[in-house]
Design a protein around this ligand. Structure first.
Ligand code: DLL
Length: 439
């Protein structure tokens, strides 16, 4: 397979050379945070470690973790390693409760960010000849501006739409002949649905690549997007605490997301104990930002569940691949003792004929004691208008499959098309009301 590689030197390094580079950068970064960031100086002193103690990458586990609450405790600029006037940009993640997580970039950080985003776009099949319609949110969210800079950097043409305004998006993507569409998977599905209603067949447009990410999505959802939009949907991953998009992304071989390891050092730990796991084991992704100047985060607990694979990839890149994220540690539902991620529920649902990719999982506690799960899922208009017998049959099959495949007892409620709220960004799939009982 011949594939364009944006940064041949960095993306095809031998593992030995890459690890030597990572070690050098790690030592430098630890020395910097010790000197410049009081939070890290205290944490390192408490563990009796300094840069001199890092002799190999195995010494990583001597370093302290950083968590989301450390960002909150140091809100807004307490973790900075540079004076504020050196900042070029500030972003923030929405944060469902309380203060947002604030992240900052120097000019060198913005340059690095655009470089890693360009790599991911090229890996996904984007070229300088492409017209890239960016339908991820612009603003404090990193999705819009991240891809914007990356796409410009590689020489493509950018249409900075942001999310929403869906009918206009559909009109312009046809008129401008966009070839690449960047959006969260849920927004891509929503746009496809609106296009159907407008009588526009997206598979007949010039669109050919979808750049997605920012939320968990199953392979079934990927197939649905590919079918409805006639594009190759590419998964990309990142988080604001590091840069935003640009941490990792799939190549067109679709066998995991290549991590930009010369900037982001990845490890997998047991989410409970924090112990490092063996190569290939699945657990929580922890990342150290090796080159960031403004906010050099050490061992950030992403909360995202995946595993790493360093075996050679068909595309020629040597950068390790992470498996598609199955969910977040804090999104994992424990239902009567069975662990399940919303993306697994999505997989089961979307395999059923007549079911639409719009669903919500409601978890409650029956009389305050037993977990009670109800899944609302939309069905196609045809099916909804059909006789009750077919609906009843589908409901029974869905309930049976949930138990057979995932071991959970869930009531399935088949609902009318358009009755579940659509999302322009990240969708909220789970409404968990159990903690109102305070357990
Ligand atoms: O979502 C950055 C981003 C923008 C990534 C555009 C990809 C594309 P945050 O808002 O800080 O940043 O949210 C980060 O979103 O810890 C994951 O839980 C989740 N997430 C991001 N990408 C994926 C993905 C952006 N491909 C949080 N699959 C992360 C599953 C993802 N979850």
């Amino acid at each position: 397979m011949v594939q364009m590689i944006w940064n041949q030197e960095r993306e095809t390094m031998s593992r030995g050379a890459l690890e030597a580079l990572q070690l050098e950068l790690l030592r430098r970064q630890v020395a910097t945070v010790y000197e410049k960031v009081p939070f890290y100086r205290h944490a390192l002193r408490a563990r009796g470690v300094s840069a001199q103690d890092i002799h190999s990458l195995d010494d990583l586990d001597r370093l302290p973790f950083t968590t989301k609450s450390d960002f909150r405790d140091n809100y807004p600029f307490g973790l900075l390693a540079v004076p504020r006037r050196q900042l070029s940009r500030v972003h923030a993640s929405s944060g469902t409760t309380g203060k947002p997580t604030v992240v900052a970039y120097t000019q060198a950080d913005v340059d690095m960010w655009r470089e890693v985003c360009a790599r991911n776009l090229v890996a996904g099949g984007v070229t300088e000849d492409d017209m890239v319609q960016i339908a991820m949110g612009y603003g404090l969210f990193t999705g819009g501006l991240g891809w914007h800079y990356g796409a410009e950097h590689l020489g493509a043409t950018v249409v900075p739409m942001s999310s929403g305004n869906t009918r206009r998006q559909i009109m312009l993507l046809q008129d401008f002949e966009a070839t690449v569409f960047c959006a969260t998977p849920s927004y891509a599905i929503y746009l496809a649905e609106q296009a159907d209603e407008m009588g526009v067949d997206l598979t007949q447009t010039t669109l050919r690549v979808g750049i997605h990410g920012a939320e968990p999505w199953s392979d079934e959802m990927r197939r649905e997007i590919a079918r409805r939009m006639g594009i190759d949907p590419i998964d990309t991953y990142g988080l604001s605490e590091l840069v935003g998009p640009g941490v990792s992304g799939e190549c067109t071989a679709h066998c995991g997301l290549h991590i930009n390891e010369d900037h982001f050092l990845a490890e997998i730990v047991d989410p409970k104990s924090g112990e490092r796991l063996l190569p290939g084991e699945r657990g929580e992704l922890v990342i150290t930002a090796l080159t960031k100047e403004a906010l050099p985060v050490i061992r950030y607990r992403t909360g995202d569940i995946t595993r790493l694979d360093t075996s050679p990839c068909a595309c020629g890149r040597t950068l390790a691949r992470m498996e598609k994220i199955s969910g977040r540690t804090d999104d994992m539902l424990i239902l009567r003792g069975v662990n399940v991620f919303p993306s697994q529920i999505e997989t089961v649902l979307l395999r059923l004929e007549g079911v639409q990719p719009h669903y919500v999982i409601l978890v409650d506690r029956d009389m305050g004691t037993m977990d009670d799960v109800e899944i609302w899922v939309e069905v196609s208009q045809d099916l909804f208008a059909d006789n009750i017998g077919r609906l009843r049959e589908l409901q029974k099959t869905a309930e049976f499959e949930m138990f057979e495949t995932l071991g959970i007892h869930a009531r399935i409620k088949l609902v009318e098309p358009h009755s579940i709220e659509r999302s322009m960004g990240k969708s909220q799939r789970v409404i968990d009301r159990r903690n109102v009982y305070g357990s």
